[in-house]
Design a binder for this molecule. Structure first.
Ligand SMILES: [Fe+2]
Length: 301
């Protein structure tokens, strides 16, 4: 077929890289009630109705992503900012202020930042809540984690993800670069990203929080990490863990973030594609029949 007169497309722009999904963020919390107030009432997210419904753990659904909140006396705090996209940002603006009294004495805080809402959970995890539009087609989910890292580390972390995880890595998007930030974006699937930004500010010690990712090439990263003694857990046939982000040239660990690395054969793999997500606008007084779910699972998130 003669394609000389066909339209020209940037085919590389459509490459997803090896990390296909950031499925959940795992944060230990000491008790469930403040988490119910913050995540379910405040952010309007959904407690998973099927899995971990006791007080030992709570899974919170956000589109095709989750927060895993196991109960532990020592809470964990992500060393950065967790972005959340919701289709109901005005509802978040309206409901977070109602929590002030009930979450008094905790780290809870919130601020209307114009087109986003900043919120701090009762244990200090920081969230930036967006309306749809900033992160591709995502209307509900966890599109972005941003980690300040020691100055100079971001470039090494970019090389680590590109070399070891075989991810697509790019400089920060123009808006961030204009703000003077040096850093990298690690592409996850088509609508998620891990951002690492150089900073001179002090960084808290790593406390063991983790993210779960699905990768297409499962054994390649494992071999590289295992050869260097960097695999921290051989969980089962479908999962392993590591937490050191190392400069691939020197082997120096420049930052820590535990990764739960899963293959596409993992028993949980397809589940996140059809998580239950409720319509948080529903109320007894203004009930809309047939609108309990925010959207049908096959519309994607
Ligand atoms: Fe996990």
């Amino acid at each position: 077929m003669d394609t000389r007169d066909s339209p020209s497309f940037d085919r590389a722009a459509e490459d997803a890289g090896n990390i296909l999904s950031l499925e959940h963020c795992n944060i230990r919390i000491p008790e469930q009630r403040p988490a119910i107030l913050f995540f379910i009432e405040g952010l309007g997210l959904t407690r998973d109705p099927y899995m971990h419904v006791t007080d030992a753990n709570m899974w919170v659904n956000a589109g095709r992503n989750q927060f895993h909140l196991p109960t532990n006396v020592r809470p964990q705090v992500f060393r950065g900012e967790i972005a959340v996209v919701v289709p109901h940002l005005d509802l978040v603006r309206a409901r977070l202020p109602r929590l002030v009294e009930r979450l008094a004495g905790t780290a809870f805080a919130w601020q209307d930042a114009g087109d986003t809402v900043l919120a701090t959970c009762p244990w200090g995890n920081r969230f930036r809540v967006h309306a749809p539009g900033r992160f591709g087609r995502m209307v509900l989910g966890i599109p972005c984690l941003t980690f300040p890292v020691p100055r100079g580390a971001a470039a090494a972390i970019g090389r680590f993800y590109a070399t070891v995880l075989k991810a697509r890595v790019a400089p920060l998007s123009p808006g961030d670069a204009e703000a003077g930030a040096a850093g990298v974006e690690v592409r996850v699937g088509v609508d998620q990203v891990l951002r690492f930004v150089d900073t001179d500010q002090p960084i808290a010690p790593f406390d063991g929080h983790h993210v779960a990712i699905y990768v297409a090439d499962f054994s390649g990263p494992h071999q590289w990490l295992a050869e260097r003694g960097l695999v921290t857990e051989e969980s089962d046939p479908w999962q392993y863990r590591f937490d050191a982000l190392v400069d691939p040239a020197s082997g120096e660990c420049v930052f820590q973030l535990e990764h739960e690395v899963r293959s596409l054969s993992h028993p949980m793999y397809p589940r996140h594609l059809a998580l239950v997500n409720r319509n948080p606008v529903q109320s007894q007084g203004q009930y809309l029949p047939g609108r309990d779910a925010w959207y049908a699972p096959d519309r994607g998130a």
